[in-house]
Design a protein around this ligand. Structure first.
Ligand code: CAA
Length: 379
């Protein structure tokens, strides 16, 4: 396995690192406190080409590979996971699915604007009673000839109020179970489409997470993605790639916390010496470094699989499962190394610890990743 980076990949990595330091770091604590969406910062991400990284330039994208996307996600997530999830959803769950399965008309109308960051997209699968059990969709899209009538509620939607275009998964034919589900493109402002209150979250507090309510919303059939009944497969295929993005986010959170803990341990003194000279701290750093490198290899491998056209359901699920576990464990240890200061917002590690938790939950919980992994190795 050779993960040496090309000159272009190194440039992307450096650009993301610089962006995170100069644009995200200065107000990251205030945004987290106030639950403030990084509006200006996201605009600049679009100008950098980071909101449609893997999209063909003919649709306004940057035409880069998955490994470049993962490198950028990792660097941004070291500093601000709220901003990186906005970027991840736009890239993996919205742009990718539209480019891969959308019609030419849908790509021209929606993808170009979303890939350039002119507008944002959202992916709406989860419901109050359909989280992990995603086939149990209660939202209905009833076929009315040339359009669908959409009714139901979606929960925990990233970019919930900041998006302009929503990909909504809904049940058309209940008898056909998951084969009767469709994916529809819904525009903000459609009659009957209401955005629910913003969630008050433990972590990634800068991103806007909302419930969405659909009350007899008319959606033209030309806004359906793929054939009738393709919606569930569409969601699964899209999420398989999304999981690589979240794995990279988890990796970045872990690496960010480790870098802070390493620096702190060389500055902070106790018992007459820097705390890094105490084996109790040095061993923690050794474990963190090893775990992060193992997670990085899994994440890069999944990205490579996607770039090579190899199936990445298994490698993406393993990367997300492991990287999110490492993110959680590493951030807890980073807080511990910081001692009392770790419990204080100014030192950043408590935020990283709170942000880490969601990587074990969204885009498939760790338990769901284990279902995907075990089915894959047992088939
Ligand atoms: N690619 C293509 N098709 C797939 C697939 C994949 N990766 N995985 C499953 N499918 C297909 C199956 O082939 C099957 O179709 P057929 O019957 O036609 O062959 C169909 O999907 C149903 O599959 P299963 O029988 O395996 O379904 P299941 O009920 O056992 O569930 C599951 C499978 C993996 C548990 C799935 O429900 C799942 O992934 N759940 C988690 C949902 C999830 O990740 N939610 C995240 C919400 S989005 C989010 O968090 C975004 C955000 O804002 C950050």
């Amino acid at each position: 396995m050779d993960f040496s980076l090309t000159e272009e990949q190194k440039l992307i990595q450096q650009a993301a690192k610089d962006f995170a330091q100069t644009e995200l770091l200065p107000e990251v604590i205030e945004r987290d406190d106030a639950q403030r969406f990084p509006e200006e910062e996201v605009k600049k991400l679009g100008e950098l080409g980071f909101l449609g990284m893997m999209v063909d330039p003919k649709y306004g994208g940057s035409g880069l590979d998955t490994l470049s996307y993962v490198l950028a996600m990792e660097e941004l997530s070291k500093i601000d996971a709220s901003t990186s999830v906005i970027m991840s959803v736009n890239n993996s769950l919205v742009c990718w699915g539209l480019e891969k399965f959308g019609t030419e008309e849908q790509k021209e109308k929606y993808l170009t604007k979303i890939a350039t960051g002119e507008i944002l997209g959202a992916f709406c699968l989860s419901e109050p009673e359909a989280g992990s059990d995603a086939t149990s969709q209660r939202t209905t899209a009833i076929d009315q000839g040339d359009h669908y009538i959409l009714n139901g509620t979606k929960n925990w939607i990233t970019n919930g109020s900041s998006a302009s275009v929503y990909i909504v998964i809904a049940q058309t034919d209940k008898e056909k179970k998951h084969r009767g589900i469709n994916a529809l493109i819904v525009e903000k402002g459609a009659e009957g489409f209401e955005i629910g209150p913003k969630e008050n979250k433990l972590g990634i507090r800068g991103s806007d997470t909302h419930s969405l309510i659909f009350n007899d919303v008319k959606v033209p059939k030309s806004n359906r993605i793929g054939e009738d009944g393709f919606g569930f497969k569409f969601a699964m295929k899209t999420l398989a790639g999304g999981r690589i993005g979240i794995a990279a986010q988890a990796l970045g959170i872990a690496a960010g916390a480790y870098e802070l803990a390493l620096k702190y341990s060389k500055e902070r003194k106790a018992f007459g010496t820097e705390i890094s000279n105490h084996q109790a701290i040095a061993f923690k750093l050794a474990d963190m470094h090893t775990d992060i490198q193992a997670a990085r290899l899994l994440v890069y491998q999944a990205a490579r699989d996607k770039d090579n056209g190899t199936n990445y359901d298994l490698s993406g699920a393993m990367a997300k499962l492991y990287a999110s576990k490492v993110a959680m464990e590493t951030t807890v240890e980073a807080v511990q190394i910081h001692g009392g200061n770790g419990f204080v917002k100014d030192y950043h590690v408590e935020r990283l610890m709170r942000d880490a938790k969601i990587t074990q939950i969204y885009e498939g919980t760790s338990e769901i990743q284990k279902i995907v992994i075990s089915r894959s190795i047992l088939q």
